[in-house]
Design a protein around this ligand. Structure first.
Ligand SMILES: [Zn+2]
Length: 58
């Protein structure tokens, strides 16, 4: 039996944990770790994208 997939209903901006700038979009069903993004807005720092249960973990 396959699990019923949770529908993608919402997309949110992943924010830079250092300056709060919007970086990339993720959905409510996203799961992510080990992916790094460079903040291109303000602080130019590189941080890990950690998403569990559709929420950004910092
Ligand atoms: Zn930043």
């Amino acid at each position: 039996m396959n699990k019923i997939p949770i529908p993608e209903t919402e997309r949110k901006w992943l924010r830079c944990p250092h300056c709060g700038a919007k970086t990339i979009l993720y959905s409510n069903i996203a799961v992510c770790s080990g992916v790094y993004v460079k903040c291109t807005r303000v602080c130019k720092s590189i941080f890990e994208v950690k998403i569990e249960n559709g929420k950004q973990v910092q």
